[in-house]
Design a protein around this ligand. Structure first.
Ligand code: DOR
Ligand code: ZN
Length: 432
């Protein structure tokens, strides 16, 4: 297994023969440097790879990862986080703004972009904060960040922008450059300081503070109205509650410019897992019940949820090894994202490979306005490829990772092990 930063390799030439494309057809795929070439005119001596039984997906794009640099390089760095991304089949990720210091100025955004250009094993877009210090009060340097790095997406993720007036002003501001506000929808009054799991029968039994689905859905409903009022784009981070899905579905029907993402963990794992008080399963928003999971799977299938975002949230052991209430929320996800999508959506017949290409590549690339990501695997297109073996499976071992952190909620589970090769703009960034 090798993972290579983009800056240390050159674009390659590689022919994959007899591979299945997302539309179900079979053919050859030719990586001709930074673009896909015509597979009928491949020069002699080019490496050939037998693609029989494999699927050629476009390089995956993750709209939501925490790379922890700058500030918490003990938990993850841009180098290790993007290595995990490449291993997961990703060719681009958006790095969330809750770094230390917060990515609320053009200087910090530029710093993240510069480290990524040097160390990254995939393209990294720094997400800008909506408010200074994620404090929810004064707007961050939205316009300057946009101009410095081209980012169009802003989020206080980890914190909710709770003040409606602040959210309205931010919508008005980013509308000028067709920006997007990505909300961590969690009303801090309804999900108070002790809230650490889904509110329901189980939270009562365990004596843990719960947070109700309504803490999410009420914020989503409010923000949809603010997006409608201002005409700006709105994105719901890690949607977890059935009630939020109904609101998003209705908003789309009205023509409000809203998109949403779902995490792999919310598609697979139920709140029952917190019964052992294992902080690995503490996450915001919390794992919910089977009914919410079923609604979420349906919503990804019917397009109400536009895309998958991992919310890859690596944490050092010193931040996780605590009583459940005191542990940091969050779980890693980059290396198992496609596996969980295959397990929860493809195998049950809810999503075909074209659907996977859309939800994990085309739609997130469109959200981030990345011109050379989220394009079809076809001659003339940028050579971003995620070569998948849909039949391979393994038992997940948290120690077998490119990430610096081990807070893996899939530990010990039998899951698909699909990614064989990742190519980013012609660079082989991961190969097994
Ligand atoms: O569980 C979470 N962890 N949810 C978030 O929104 C933030 C994330 C983190 O940064 O650790
Ligand atoms: Zn997050």
């Amino acid at each position: 297994m090798t993972v290579t930063p983009l800056s240390t390799s050159s674009p390659t030439r590689l022919l994959v023969t007899g591979v299945t494309l997302p539309d179900g057809s079979t053919g050859d795929v030719y990586v001709d440097g930074p673009v896909f070439g015509d597979p009928t005119t491949v020069p002699a001596g080019v490496e050939r790879l037998d693609g029989a039984g494999l699927v050629a997906l476009p390089g995956l794009v993750d709209p939501h990862v925490h790379l922890r640099e700058p500030g918490r390089e003990d938990a993850e760095t841009i180098r290790t986080g993007t290595a995990a991304a490449a291993r997961g089949g990703f060719t681009a990720v958006q790095a969330m703004a809750n770094t230390t210091p917060v990515t609320d100025t053009a200087d910090i955004a530029r710093e993240v972009a510069a480290i990524a250009a040097d160390q990254g094993a995939c393209i990294v877009v720094p997400c800008g904060a909506i408010t200074k210090g994620l404090a929810g009060e004064q707007l961050a340097e939205l316009g300057l960040i946009h101009r410095a790095t081209g980012t169009r997406c802003f989020s206080d993720d980890g914190q909710c922008v709770a003040d409606a007036q602040v959210m309205r002003r931010a919508f008005e501001y980013v509308r000028a450059f067709d920006g997007v506000l990505a909300q961590h929808a969690q009303d801090p009054r309804l999900a108070g300081p002790d809230a650490c799991c889904h509110e329901g029968e189980l939270s009562g039994k365990l004596g843990l503070g719960g947070w109700p689905a309504a803490a999410e859905s009420t914020i989503v409903a409010r923000d949809v109205e603010l997006a409608a009022l201002t005409g700006a784009r709105y994105h719901v981070c890690h949607v977890s509650a059935r009630e939020s899905l109904d609101i998003i579905r209705a908003a789309k029907a009205r023509g409000v410019r809203v998109t949403a993402e779902a995490t792999p963990h919310h598609l697979l794992l139920t709140t029952d897992l917190v019964a052992g008080y294992d902080p690995t399963f503490k996450v915001n928003p919390p794992l919910r019940t089977a009914e919410h999971i079923e609604a979420l799977r349906t919503a990804v299938a019917d397009g109400t949820v536009d895309m998958i975002g991992t919310d890859h949230a690596p944490h050092a052991a010193q931040d996780k090894d605590h009583a459940f209430v005191d542990a940091r929320p969050g779980m890693v996800g980059l290396e198992q994202s496609l596996a969980v999508v295959i397990e929860t959506l493809v195998r049950p017949g809810l999503l075909d490979w074209a659907g996977v290409a859309d939800r994990m590549s085309y739609a997130p690339a469109a959200l981030l306005a990345l011109a050379d990501q989220g394009r079809p695997v076809a001659p003339g297109e940028p050579a971003n490829l995620c070569l998948v073996d849909p039949a391979a499976r393994h038992r997940v071992d948290p120690a077998d990772t490119m990430s610096l952190s081990r807070n893996n909620p899939y530990a010990g589970r039998d899951l698909p092990d699909p990614v064989r090769l990742t190519v980013c703009l012609g660079h082989v960034t991961y190969r097994r």
